[in-house]
Design a protein around this ligand. Structure first.
Ligand SMILES: C[S@@+](CC[C@H](N)C(=O)[O-])C[C@H]1O[C@@H](n2cnc3c(N)ncnc32)[C@H](O)[C@@H]1O
Length: 235
């Protein structure tokens, strides 16, 4: 299928929260693009990615002409229902691309790390030109907030999204763990990590780089959606 005469899809990482952490490249595209796609988790919930780019796009002289697509990507686990939401979102984006309009799909952190962009990318990459703009990922931002290096020398960093049967093996073979999607993790996971025999330091960051950022020694109590835990094993 030809990609000529069609719009280009940009997958833009908007960083962890502070709008000043957007890349110059992301800002340049956001200042020129005619269509922004910013998924939200529920019809009545504001998209976090959109709130990060708002200070940029609201300054555009043509802000009123800007089209903002807000498909719903619910936080559910049912695979069939999820597929349907991703199909619908891809079709919505394709409508603009078919008109020759470029579209910026904005996504929290970096587009290559547990991002909704990847589902749309897979559906559209055969038919449309795609460019991915990296963003500062949450765990790198968390390391800056706690002022600790993630890894040094030949240290191994592991990213864990939720409890896995092989957690023990992962803990034995890594120096640092970035534990993401912390809000979904149960006490069981925390107990397993706490009881791991190796000496360790545990820090959690809620709403990293945002006005309400909170740094906690250990695991977070309330577990807001934007929380990440960094576990550093001592040598
Ligand atoms: C669906 S993943 C998206 C990750 C994102 N693409 C990235 O590069 O960081 C959402 C998870 O990222 C982490 N996260 C994203 N932004 C964060 C922030 N500002 N503070 C703390 N954790 C954050 C949390 O663990 C959250 O549950």
């Amino acid at each position: 299928m030809t990609k000529i005469n069609k719009g280009k899809l940009f997958g833009i990482g908007v960083g962890p929260g502070d709008s000043e952490l957007l890349t110059l490249k992301a800002v340049k595209i956001l200042n020129e693009i005619p269509v922004i796609c910013s998924p939200r988790s529920a019809p009545n919930k504001e998209s976090i990615a959109l709130s990060i780019v708002n200070p940029i796009i609201k300054k555009r002289k043509d802000f009123k002409e800007l089209t903002v697509l807000e498909p719903v990507f619910p936080m559910i686990e049912d695979p069939l229902s999820l597929e349907k939401h991703w199909d619908d979102a891809s079709e919505l984006i394709a409508k603009s691309l078919n008109k020759g309009l470029n579209v910026a799909f904005i996504t929290l952190g970096d587009p290559s790390i547990y991002s909704t962009f990847s589902y749309v990318q897979k559906r559209l990459e055969d038919s449309y030109l795609i460019e991915v703009i990296p963003g500062i990922t949450s765990f790198a931002a968390c390391a800056s907030s706690i002022k600790k290096p993630l890894v040094e020398k030949d240290d191994v960093l592991i990213i864990i999204p939720k409890i896995k049967e092989n957690l023990e093996i992962l803990m034995e073979n890594s120096d640092t763990i970035a534990l993401m999607k912390t809000s979904r993790n149960k006490k069981e996971l925390e107990n397993k990590i706490n009881h791991q025999i190796r000496e360790k330091e545990i820090f959690s960051v809620e709403n990293c780089t945002m006005e309400n950022e909170k740094i906690i020694k250990g695991f977070p109590e309330n577990k807001p959606y934007l929380s990440t835990t960094i576990i550093k094993f001592k040598k």
